[in-house]
Design a protein around this ligand. Structure first.
Ligand SMILES: CC(C)(COP(=O)(O)OP(=O)(O)OC[C@H]1O[C@@H](n2cnc3c(N)ncnc32)[C@H](O)[C@@H]1O)[C@@H](O)C(=O)NCCC(=O)NCCS
Ligand SMILES: Nc1ncnc2c1ncn2[C@@H]1O[C@H](COP(=O)(O)OP(=O)(O)OP(=O)(O)O)[C@@H](O)[C@H]1O
Length: 273
């Protein structure tokens, strides 16, 4: 029988991807600026990760030592296999690399925290202690987009969020989702845009080729929420414009999507939604 944490991990991936219309991201209406993937690719990708999340639950349940960075190392080894399983399921498209990292951490930490009665976000920062130093500062071969951006702009992307215990999720997105009422569609779109008001998304910066795009995103997302979000006609229109802008400029919001996924996961675990 599928463990309830594993099930909520899969639910959060599917809830995120069916939410539409998301700017710069794949949803059932549009591939956005992602010609190599669509909603079906995301379904296949999500299902391919079930065993990975089940393994992450087990790692969290069985971990005994006090040094939680070792638990993260175990998870990471399994995560590298999960990336291969994802690429096999999607015929080579990178649908969920960031989510394998972020949601894997949340699943493992949730399982550990439930077994050992610890606080989720504190557990995550203990697991990821030293990650930026190890992966980005001591690394002499900066190859991936995120690694190069650290060199160029000094931003830590997905790794820095993890090491800091996901402050955007803990302090911004989760309280917002919890208090925001309405349909799932409205709540998730507005939460995605709330995340976009503060996130430095390395995926967007890579696509734009400059850091300044971050300020543009923060301003557009703030404007959308000020107009009343998806529940208001003006907010809807603003989101449509943002969707068009992302398509026109080939902008992707992969980091914001990952943060929405983990926010939905915690909300499901805590019964906020
Ligand atoms: C750290 C990860 C996400 C990726 O690192 P990588 O340097 O390959 O890519 P990069 O830094 O360009 O980012 C990849 C993805 O992170 C997400 N992301 C971007 N910005 C942010 C942000 N601010 N917050 C959270 N996630 C973000 C996006 O989905 C983006 O596409 C992870 O895949 C990783 O650790 N890769 C190394 C191999 C590994 O250990 N894999 C197993 C992971 S469990
Ligand atoms: N609905 C979605 N949910 C989650 N992530 C999404 C969604 N739609 C798109 N993405 C994200 O878009 C990113 C893929 O964008 P991109 O093509 O820029 O990355 P890449 O394939 O790794 O890069 P490159 O093409 O330069 O090798 C992935 O990180 C994926 O997470």
């Amino acid at each position: 029988m599928t463990n309830s944490i594993t099930k909520n991990a899969l639910r959060s991936l599917l809830y995120e991807v069916v939410t539409a219309p998301k700017p710069g991201l794949v949803d059932p209406i549009s591939q956005g600026p992602h010609p190599d993937m669509n909603i079906y690719t995301f379904i296949d990708s999500s299902l391919s990760l079930e065993e990975y999340f089940a393994a992450a639950v087990e790692i969290g349940q069985n971990f005994q030592s006090t040094d939680l960075t070792q638990m993260f190392q175990q998870l990471r080894q399994r995560g590298i296999t999960a990336e291969k399983e994802m690429f096999a399921a999607t015929h080579g498209a990178n649908t969920h690399k960031g989510a394998i990292f972020a949601l894997g951490i949340f699943v493992c930490a949730e399982s550990y925290s439930m077994t050992n009665n610890t606080e989720l976000f504190l557990t995550i920062s203990k697991m990821c202690k030293g990650l930026v130093q190890h992966d980005l500062i001591q690394n002499n071969e900066l190859k991936t987009a995120g690694e190069k951006e650290f060199e160029q702009y000094h931003i830590g992307g997905a790794r820095a969020q993890a090491e800091r215990g996901y402050p955007i999720v803990r302090e911004v997105a989760l309280p917002f989702l919890k208090n925001n009422k309405g349909t799932f569609q409205t709540r998730f779109l507005d939460t995605l845009m709330k995340i976009a008001t503060v996130t430095v998304d390395s995926n967007l910066i890579k696509r734009a080729g400059n850091y300044n795009v971050t300020n543009w995103l923060h301003q557009m997302a703030t404007k959308y929420l000020d107009l009343g979000g998806y529940a208001s006609p003006a907010g809807k229109k603003c989101l449509q414009k943002l969707n068009d802008d992302c398509l026109e400029h080939n902008y992707s919001l992969g980091g914001c999507a990952d943060l929405l996924i983990v926010t939905i996961f915690v909300a499901l675990e805590r019964g906020y939604i």
